[in-house]
Design a protein around this ligand. Structure first.
Ligand SMILES: Nc1ncnc2c1ncn2[C@@H]1O[C@H](COP(=O)(O)OP(=O)(O)O)[C@@H](O)[C@H]1O
Ligand SMILES: [Mg+2]
Length: 337
């Protein structure tokens, strides 16, 4: 709407200017004040200038439009921003030892009950750590705390010995790729949803990430392919497709720490198997925190933590935990996760 208004104002302005020039110029020629050839040269020069002038004006308008879009993205990003970055935060660009939860307790608001209580556990570099527990036990909260969407109420979380609150937020989040339980997809092109602010990525790399996430095929079914707009303004995606899109985003991000929060929960069993194979390949040379609702994905984890009502009640490997005959075994028998 606004764009059309701007375009028609340009046109009206252009036509009126030409009309005035022709009227004034021809009068001058008829009154012999102006040589006709000079007049034609002038008109010719005028037309040569008008196109570039229009693109200048259009560029200015596009910049304004871009700034407005950037504001909206900021708004979306601020929604979860309840934390404050320190004045002189510590910069990090790699992960080499571990993420540690040191006696962490957390509640979403002062008057609410604690969701996590005295949680202690380590995610060592290069290991696959699994978190299991019933719905509502606090698994996603742990993921959000690692990304520092919230600050702990008591205790601390450290990464390679640095308290998360001392780090530059962007640095922390650069180290972590998350495939969330409830994937966020923006009202933008497929390609922008995959690159997600990462610049200078080439199309083949994007397509490769989409293929690994088994998203390429459904992307290509739409006429616009990678340029199709998703969300309210365009192609509607199913839960499974959104999940595969965010999975492609995580693959492309290629971060050293990978967090999968029930990352395949929205997929049908056919695509789940395919995606899981893809995920397993991503585990190589990475540190992985996996929250799974299927036993098959977690039984090979280096260590499993069992969460119940915000408390870690058991830990160990699959075999040990089965032998222990406790909560974990009950879970497995019920296939309740
Ligand atoms: N944004 C929130 N505000 C208040 N309470 C929340 C919020 N998110 C989750 N909770 C509560 O925290 C508890 C743990 O939730 P969650 O971490 O999502 O569990 P899980 O991922 O294991 O299902 C639940 O009781 C849930 O209702
Ligand atoms: Mg959850």
């Amino acid at each position: 709407m606004a764009e059309r208004l701007v375009k028609s104002s340009f046109r009206i302005l252009g036509v009126s200017t030409v009309a005035v020039l022709l009227w004034y110029g021809s009068n001058q020629v008829f009154e012999n004040n102006l040589d006709p050839s000079t007049f034609f040269a002038f008109i010719f020069a005028f037309f040569s200038v008008i196109e570039p002038a229009k693109s200048f004006a259009k560029a200015y308008y596009d910049i304004q439009k871009g700034l407005a879009a950037a504001d909206r993205i900021d708004e979306v990003m601020q929604v979860k921003n309840t934390v404050i970055e320190m004045d002189h935060p510590i910069r990090i660009d790699q992960f080499s030892r571990s993420i540690s939860f040191n006696d962490v307790s957390f509640r979403y608001a002062a008057h609410e009950p604690f969701v996590l209580r005295n949680v202690c556990f380590d995610i060592p570099e290069g290991k696959v750590v699994a978190l299991v527990g019933a719905s509502g036990s606090g698994k996603t909260t742990i993921v959000d705390l690692i990304n520092r969407f919230y600050d702990v109420s008591e205790g601390s979380i450290t990464i390679d010995g640095h308290d998360l609150r001392e780090l530059k937020l962007a640095d922390l989040r650069n180290l972590i790729a998350v495939v969330a339980q409830d994937p966020i997809v923006f009202n933008d092109t497929i390609i922008n949803n995959i690159t997600f602010g990462k610049t200078g990525v080439l199309q083949p790399a994007i397509e490769q990430a989409a293929k690994i996430a088994h998203a390429h095929d459904f992307i290509m079914t739409s006429d616009d392919g990678y340029q199709a707009i998703v969300g309210d303004r365009g192609v509607k995606l199913s839960g499974g497709q959104r999940q595969r899109l965010t999975l492609a985003r995580a693959v492309l991000k290629d971060a050293p720490i990978l967090i999968l929060d029930e990352a395949t929960s929205a997929l049908d069993s056919e695509s789940e198997k395919l995606v899981q194979d893809a995920l397993k390949k991503m585990f190589k040379n990475r540190t992985v925190l996996i929250i799974a609702h299927r036993l098959s994905t977690i039984q090979h984890a280096d260590i499993i933590f069992v969460l119940k009502d915000g408390l870690i009640i058991e830990k160990g490997q699959h075999g040990d935990l089965m032998e222990k005959n406790g909560e974990y075994r009950k879970f497995v028998q019920l296939q309740a996760f």
